[in-house]
Design a binder for this molecule. Structure first.
Ligand code: PMV
Length: 356
């Protein structure tokens, strides 16, 4: 099977949105607290990875990185740094010329984490490459766990994007087989209503946010509320697992909103601070809460480290939610723009399975 010809692998991987937020890290890309997210269905990155043996191995990473068909020097630099760090785990990387072509099917800076989908797609390609180089097929569990570890090293939240559905990352006494090193799928019963959880992303602004999550995580090290945050996240994780088990959507909503607002409270009280919420973010939050009180529907909001709002609801109530989005919430959105997404099944290999 191994020849001198280039081999191409292509993976599609989703972004995800956290209900319990990962905020602050320790050690080598390990989380200070356990997080919980769901993978999206439509907001995905597709990455194709071509690799060909070098004639003369030189012990260093050689790569080209194309984003939406254009060679992208700034992404190329970041990926080269990431892959250089990976050589200790995947020494074969230095023996090949690597070409990545990546595309997101969602707009940049919209509140959808592109690092989660792109780093998980990349990690999946690398683990597929590893199987081919070592001529060893991993079990499905081992494959995705390894991909989650590799994705985590690129971007913490990407560790969760190698799975579909609800996913946790970070050690927690309330989640079986949880680990700081990799994410774990959160089991849902067949009847669970969370299987139809949906997400409308309301674009308040598509301008680049001012605080990167890398900076935000590092500011948590000296944050005056650091201990309190870790404690809060652990309690919220416990409460949300109970709420999911008991189909208690009221508590689920309260915890998710508390997490989103806590993330921004932490940002606002960091030094330097990050004030990312916009007046229209607050108007959307107020409108969602008012509508929930009036309608009694099970919906709530969450927000990432930016100004855009995710409206989370259940598909069986979509016919009530859509008119509200179109008639009320879209008025607060930049050019009336919003993205329609929902929980998804996880990554997909788009090239034929390699036979060993
Ligand atoms: O994966 P990072 O380093 O971009 O951090 C993501 C942090 C949040 O998106 C704010 C929360 C989360 O758990 O996804």
């Amino acid at each position: 099977m191994m020849s001198d010809e280039a081999i191409i692998i292509k993976w599609k991987a989703p972004s995800n949105i956290a209900l319990i937020k990962y905020w602050g890290k320790k050690g080598h890309q390990l989380p200070e607290n356990c997080s919980l997210s769901f993978s999206l269905e439509k907001s995905v990155t597709i990455t194709s990875h071509a690799f060909q043996k070098k004639h003369q191995p030189d012990n260093r990473i050689t790569l080209e990185y194309y984003f939406h068909g254009q060679r992208n020097p700034s992404f190329e630099k970041k990926i080269a740094l990431f892959l250089n760090d990976l050589i200790s785990k995947m020494p074969f990387l230095a023996d090949y010329m690597l070409v990545f072509r990546s595309e997101n099917n969602f707009p940049h800076s919209t509140g959808i984490a592109s690092s989660a989908s792109s780093m998980s797609a990349l990690a999946l390609c690398l683990v597929s490459m590893e199987e081919i180089i070592w001529q060893k097929k991993l079990s499905s569990d081992d494959f995705f766990r390894r991909a989650s570890v590799i994705a985590r090293l690129g971007s913490g939240s990407a560790s969760r994007s190698v799975y579909g559905g609800l996913v946790t990352w970070g050690e927690s006494p309330f989640v079986a087989a949880s680990s700081d090193e990799y994410a774990t799928p959160f089991p849902l019963s067949k009847e669970s209503r969370l299987r139809q959880i949906s997400d409308i992303i309301l674009i308040v602004t598509s301008k680049e946010k001012k605080v990167s999550s890398t900076l935000g995580h590092s500011l948590m090290k000296q944050h005056p509320f650091r201990e309190g945050r870790i404690d809060q996240a652990n309690k919220n994780m416990h409460q949300i697992t109970l709420a999911i088990r008991n189909n208690d959507y009221h508590t689920l909503a309260a915890i998710a909103e508390n997490e989103a607002l806590s993330l921004h409270a932490l940002l606002m009280t960091s030094s330097p601070d990050g004030l990312l919420l916009k007046p229209n973010t607050l108007s959307i939050i107020e409108a969602i809460r008012r509508f929930r009180d009036q309608s009694g529907l099970d919906l709530f909001f969450t927000i990432d480290a930016g100004p855009n709002v995710h409206l989370i609801y259940f598909e069986d109530q979509r016919h009530w939610v859509l008119p509200f989005v179109k008639e009320v919430l879209s008025l607060f959105c930049e050019n009336g723009q919003w993205i329609d997404d929902k929980i998804g099944a996880g990554p997909q290999l788009l090239t034929p399975k390699i036979k060993f």
